[in-house]
Write a protein that binds this ligand. Sequence first.
Ligand code: ZN
Length: 290
Amino acid sequence: MFETLQVEPRCAAALTAAVQHQTLPHAVLLEGADEATRRLAATELAKALLCEGEPKPCGVCRRCKKVDSGNHPDLYFIKKEDGPAIKVDAIRTLKAQAGLLPNDGDRSVFVILEAQNMNVQAQNALLKILEEPAGHVSILLTCPSRTALLETVRSRAAAYTLANTAAEAQDPAAAEQARAAAKAFLIALCTGNELDLLLSTAPFQADKALFQNTLSLLPAYFRDALMGKANVTPLSDPAVAARLAAAFPQAKLLAFRDEALRLFDAMQRFANHNLSINALCSAFYAIKLQ
Ligand SMILES: [Zn+2]
């Protein structure tokens, strides 16, 4: 069902199988790729959940056509309107709508587009719905990277990576710069002392976007290092991941990954740029010395 979208075949197959076997979790996070692809993939998945034909989405039944024309009464899109964030009121409305029975069929689907735009209160409000969803409710979130959401939210949604990572889907030159910066930082982490680590973060001082893009990449390196030789598609540079795996035991790789996620979360919300760069150095070096 995702054949026409720029989605990794493995991910498309996993989503299709989950729909066919009705094993798709009630909360799904679609990450990676670009914003338009995420939106199309979420709509396609919503259509599959609402479809009354076979195979789903059939594209020709009444409900599929309603989705295509933007008129399905049980498909809700929540997105950032004017202003900087998706606020708690939008999630309260979602909650009220989720408490009603569907108008047409047995399922209501809520799509939160670019869920990283939810402010902290909105994410906390969503948490309650994710914890105790009504049986007829499906919640789909789109996001450049799951690391942009609070840990509590992302741990309650099944994440599917449509393609690549956030930085890679955007400006290719910026993505390349972020990969180089991530590599320099991680090599310094493997082989250097605290000063080497500090020096490797120097390019971030004047470039907040580079810092954010680099932070968004780091968890994937530790994930790949933890996976080792397991049969998974690497999300990062395999040579760098292999160096990390050789340099650190699993417990430290996990601690590094969690710290990278925590810093990325903090940067999305409020954190001071320079303090976060210092935190990256000091926290990672502290884990290394443990
Ligand atoms: Zn259909």
